[in-house]
Design a protein around this ligand. Sequence first.
Ligand code: FES
Ligand SMILES: [Fe+2]
Length: 337
Amino acid sequence: MLKLSMKPTGWFQIGWSGEIPPGGVKPMKYFGEDMVAFRSDEGKLTVMDAHCRHLGAHLGYGGKVKKDCIVCPYHGWQWNGEGANTLVPYQDKPTGAKLRTRHIVERHGIIFMWHDPAGGAPRGEGWELPDIFADFPEIPANEKDFYPCYPNAVVNMPGEPMHPQMVVENAPDTTHFHFTHGTPECPDLEWFDTSSGAWRSEMAFKSPKTKEKALSLYLINPCISLSFSAFNGGNVKYRLILTATPVDDKTSDFRVNYFFPRDPASPDVMPESVRAFARHTVELFEQDARMWRHQIFVQKPVFSKQDIAGYTAMRKWSERFYEAPAGPAPMRVVETF
Ligand code: FES
Ligand SMILES: [Fe+2]
């Protein structure tokens, strides 16, 4: 059974690169921890503990970037990108104190952070962060053929009372597409594979007329908070990354990042029709969120025939991300009822 908690292990989205330009500072809170992100004048992003080791000021509120350091707004102590105290302005030497920095990756305009409840570094094989363009062997793509996701093709739903597990549980849930989202028919789960460490699968949507496969949805879930999706069929060739990051034990920040193919008629500027499509999908995710906000988590559900193979594999695959003890979560957890 899943030790459902809001402290899973893995990679998580904590924002967009474009939110923090060189010299920028942003306060943030994830996994119940106060953090500050700042970008040096040269462009290096650092995410670290928020509270100054001197008297505890939050560096994210009033802190200023000076070259490669952040300056505390309270008494001017400086901290560099390794978290080291580099200056106490009114004494000869810095103190040697350090702030804990986080492991981050910036990729295609998204900031990802590694979280290990035991404090370990990012892991290798089986724990890799996928690349939305390079890692779908079925439909290889190149970043330059797509518009950047930020700022015009993203959905931002901060502070939702939802558990990230719900994001990945969409992968085996074929029947909800019809009943929750109104697709003409339920798609089929063509295959799934967890042998590489990540969850990989293909869901096929059939044409209501011909009953032939008309659209494939390829998925890579590297961990329980991230779902990399690539659509392939007819004119539908876009990709997206769905993410949910625990803020504390009660809420998650929920985000969607779209990558739309560039229109040859307007390769540099995303057309308004594409932006409008991204905006309107808020309603699509609201359809899911309406369930997720009020759902209880059933450890041993009563499955339908369509659910059983995919869901059983999904729950088994999810177990390894819950290394922390089961803890409080936004959802009430029941074994069965
Ligand atoms: S609290 Fe940061 S310098 Fe004093
Ligand atoms: Fe859904």
